[in-house]
Design a protein. Structure first.
Length: 148
């Protein structure tokens, strides 16, 4: 199985998807595809967070189409970060820095392109600060915890 997933976990995921109402399963599958496509665009556009969207896709697909989660989890670059977050809530130090960089660059671009007003700027700055604080409080994988 992919990244340590046991046969019982895979069987449980398949059973959960079969228990869903067909319409709910279809909506979850559609949402998963939308999130997956946004993440795929993020591979070439640096301001879209690929890993974040693929975490959402795995969440949707784990409830509606477990076989599709395996495709993301086996991705050579993004599979491991998605797996670590989904299973252990862990984010690597590099992932944290990249997320902070992406949020900062995105906010800077917003300021250059348009000035939405101090209320929106302040609200967005507060939201990004809260996300950054939450992000840095996430545990890091053991092999990354002691590295700068």
């Amino acid at each position: 199985m992919v990244l340590g997933e046991s046969m019982s976990e895979a069987k449980q995921a398949d059973n959960n998807s079969q228990d869903m109402h067909p319409v709910s399963r279809d909506w979850m599958q559609l949402a998963g595809w939308g999130l997956f496509l946004l993440g795929a665009v993020g591979i070439v556009l640096p301001l879209l967070p690929t890993t974040t969207f693929w975490i959402g896709a795995v969440w949707c697909w784990s409830r509606s189409a477990p076989h599709l989660t395996k495709r993301i989890l086996s991705h050579p670059r993004f599979g491991q970060p998605v797996y670590l977050f989904i299973t252990h809530g862990q984010i690597s130090r590099t992932g944290k820095w990249m997320a902070l960089l992406g949020m900062s660059v995105g906010f800077a671009i917003l300021q250059i392109v348009s000035s939405p007003g101090w209320q929106i700027d302040g609200s967005l700055m507060l939201l990004l600060s809260l996300v950054a604080i939450w992000l840095w409080q996430r545990p890091e994988p053991p092999s990354q915890a002691g590295q700068p």
